[in-house]
Design a protein around this ligand. Sequence first.
Ligand SMILES: [Fe+2]
Length: 276
Amino acid sequence: MKIAEIINLERYPLNKLDSNEGVEFIGSIRESMQHDGSCTLDQFVSDATRLEMVEQADSLVEFAFPGPSEVSPYFFNYRIGEQYKSDDRHPTQRKGRRNLSQVAADLIPPEHLLYQLYRSPLMTDFLGRVLQVPVYRNQDRYQSLNISVMDSGGCQQWHFDGGNMVTTLLLQAPEAGGVFEYVPNIRTDENENFDMVRSVLDGESSRVKSLNLKPGTLSLFRGHYSLHRVTEVAGLVRRLQAILGYNTQPNFAGSLDSSILHYGPRIADLENSVAG
Ligand SMILES: [Fe+2]
């Protein structure tokens, strides 16, 4: 399938961003990002494309790894919490429940539509224009493109993303729950704003926004600065979401320790066999 058949270009002119229509489109996305800290593009892929993506994702679910079940909002960035170790109510010391499995990038074959979408230059060009700086694909063998799998009871704790331009594509929505909740721009590069993060972890919801996404929706979201979570999934239909990792730094890659934890011991075996 060609990229023009994967992305709904009639609705979203990623292939003609220099045209008036394209400039207007980018302007509306930038406005939404500034105002809401997010932007959702529904029907970003057609139903037929999405269903094929679901079928391909389903064929990989048996290889998805559950990873850790209790995680801090800051994941494994231990440096950030070192000085707060004596305060077990501090946001860096708190852990929330995580119940999901992930398919790592190295398991998604080139013929899969998600792989083709992720690697399309239309995507990096598009995101670069939204952020007004060049955007690159993450260069991490495992973390660059993931499929998140949540069955009934699945959820993800409040957290910040590592990469600074993570986008998601919802492939399949559950019968109930699985709602994406976030607090836009709660921290900056200069200020962690721990007091406000702490209040959200304690249940303060006045700044929490939620997105009840439809399948086929691409979400742009500043997850490095906006605390976010996925509420518990219910029902028989599994939630399937693709996570497309882009970054404003070229050659961005995550840590190997984090990959081993999230994608399982096979990663350590693979790396040892490469090193050996
Ligand atoms: Fe995230």
